[in-house]
Design a protein around this ligand. Sequence first.
Ligand code: SAM
Length: 208
Amino acid sequence: MSNVVDRATFWFLYAGKAPWDIGKPQAPFVAVANLVVSPVLDAGCGSGENALFFAARGHRVTGIDFLKKPIRRARVKADERGLSAHFIVKDALRLRAWDERFASVIDCGLFHVFSDDDRRCYVEGLSGVLAPGGRLFLMCFSDEEPAGKGPRRVSRQELLDAFAEGFEVDLIEPSRFEVNTESMDFAFSDGGPKAWFAIFRRKGRVGH
Ligand SMILES: C[S@@+](CC[C@H](N)C(=O)[O-])C[C@H]1O[C@@H](n2cnc3c(N)ncnc32)[C@H](O)[C@@H]1O
């Protein structure tokens, strides 16, 4: 399947200027910051800008990424900024066996890297780690972004289908990723890759 991004590609991209590494959180997460409650999981946290934004707001934050390099960078940033956040090397496709529970999950650019099978596995894992009533905040490439390099383009319907069981849809709206302008290997739409920003709420009674 085209545009599924594998571990080797991420490893290669972290050796240079990764296009998503912009040194600050993506704007849609800042815009909904008041909806985010602790504890917070940032799945596929990369070098931690979104996680550290929420840590700076006083949240208890755990960031996971399957590569050591971005996790090391995230830990260094946390130290340099005097912030407390827990960054661990962990595969987001292995959430099912995890006994941690979170009230909020951040996914900034992870869902769109997965194959159809991995999507199902990931969403099943999320259903386990997201507490009933908790919210998933997700940003992914949209099918409005022309085909080309980068991750899979995702349609609104694909998002609805992926989270049809066990989740309510609070929001799916068009958005734009901000990308690192020093990363010249990618050509995206002027104004940044077209994206969806979505909020899904885990069904079930809070506290159960
Ligand atoms: C597009 S980057 C976004 C990074 C970060 N969320 C950000 O916004 O800067 C996707 C990240 O997901 C990580 N990733 C990809 N597959 C993963 C998996 N199965 N488990 C955990 N992390 C994964 C990559 O290493 C990469 O850091």
